[in-house]
Design a protein around this ligand. Structure first.
Ligand code: UDP
Length: 367
């Protein structure tokens, strides 16, 4: 069996790392062809993950990044179709909600290749987010939908996706958090900041809805300024660029640093006081590390954390951010919201089962 995996952005490298590892361990007979679309191309947004997480080098790198959503998706679609015709995979595996996810799912479905979508069924119900469009469309052309939670499954059923296509496997990021925990690494610059463990807020901001709006950016930084402890902010290249463009300076308690690798990020998550973020993945990682999360968005896909009182959605309102940063709640949850850390194993088993004709008829591209 041959799988063609399409990845392109930071969170996808992390998710694919655990699934690729499971393929190798459980089904060494399988061949996986990794395709990197080039969406994230900086060394600290891409190469570092391949090195640290021991992801095999991609067989193909399309070098497509830096354009608009339409340009990127269109160019990826064309290149991925060519590659799929060349490689003739039995399955195309896509992750999450980026332009690479959509292009991979669309190219494969038009060629009648089975599409498996990892992290299916997440919804913010905000169609102004490019990610929401990508995930809805990818879900609707997918053959096999791997949902992380029961709520994700319900979202899919509500949109008319057939229940036999959906499997709740848990969240591959829970697998990653468990597997790489032992390898977490303190960033080399940390001690020089003179900040103690559990005495800082870890913050990330990169969603277009924030970075493209000067008022929201100002609101977020005004809120962060009120934190009684320092803030460590690994700066996404887009955020750094936008701050420069807007002429916005970081408040004096906010330490902007270059993006860190995953092993450093999980060390920061394990050793911070609390997390403030607009990232999807970082919200869950806060929970895995038993840290309260202040979400710098108007809504979240991870509503179970909000319902459990472990995550507060505050948008960019400085007063609300200030209030939450100062009143960080104690963390208590016995719940395992995101599975048992074996999502990757379940995904591998399910792909094989489906290919053996137990449930799905997969149209495969032949010569
Ligand atoms: N991450 C990282 N270094 C950073 C910031 C984030 O390794 O400097 C990791 C983080 O631990 C998480 C993933 O990147 O696993 C989240 O990616 P991102 O926030 O870019 O995307 P999203 O999850 O919002 O799709």
């Amino acid at each position: 069996m041959k799988i063609l995996t399409v990845i392109g952005a930071r969170p996808q490298f992390i998710k694919a790392a655990v699934v690729s590892r499971a393929f190798k361990e459980l089904r060494p007979d399988l061949s996986e062809v990794l395709v990197h679309t080039g969406q994230h191309y900086d060394a600290n947004m891409s190469d570092v993950f391949f090195d640290e997480l021991e992801i095999p080098r991609p067989a193909h790198n399309l070098g497509i990044g830096g354009g608009t959503h339409g340009q990127n998706t269109g160019r990826m679609l064309e290149k991925l179709e060519e590659l799929m015709l060349l490689e003739k995979p039995d399955w195309v595996l896509v992750y999450g909600d980026t332009d690479s996810t959509l292009a991979g799912a669309l190219a494969a479905s038009k060629l009648h290749i089975g599409v498996a979508h990892v992290e299916a069924g997440l919804r913010s119900f905000n169609r102004r987010m490019p990610e929401e469009i990508n995930r809805i469309l990818a879900d609707h052309v997918s053959t096999l939908l791997f949902a992380p939670t029961e709520l994700a499954r319900k979202n899919l059923l509500n949109e008319g996706v057939r229940s036999e296509k959906i499997q709740i496997v848990g969240d591959v990021m829970c697998d990653a958090a468990g597997f790489y925990k032992q390898r977490a690494r303190k960033p080399i610059w940390f001690d020089a900041l003179g900040i103690g463990k559990n005495e800082f807020v870890l913050c990330t901001v990169h969603r277009a809805e924030n970075t493209d709006d000067p008022l929201r950016m100002q609101g977020i930084f005004q809120g962060l300024e009120t934190a009684r402890v320092p803030v460590i902010l690994p700066l996404h290249p887009r955020t750094r660029g936008k701050l420069k463009q807007m002429g916005l300076a970081l408040p004096s308690n906010v330490h902007g640093v270059d993006p860190v690798g995953y092993l450093e990020m999980i060390w920061l998550e394990a050793n911070c006081k609390l997390v403030a973020t607009d990232s999807g993945g970082v919200q869950k990682e806060a929970y895995f590390n038993r840290k309260y999360c202040v979400t710098l968005r108007e809504e979240t896909e991870w509503v179970e954390l909000v319902d459990a009182g472990l995550n507060e959605v505050v948008g960019s309102n400085p007063e609300k951010i200030a209030e939450c940063l100062q009143s960080a709640r104690l963390f208590s949850s016995g719940e395992k919201f995101y599975g048992d850390g074996k999502a990757a194993e379940k995904i591998v088993a399910s792909l094989f089962e489906a290919s053996e004709g137990q449930g799905f008829a997969i149209p495969v591209v032949r010569d």
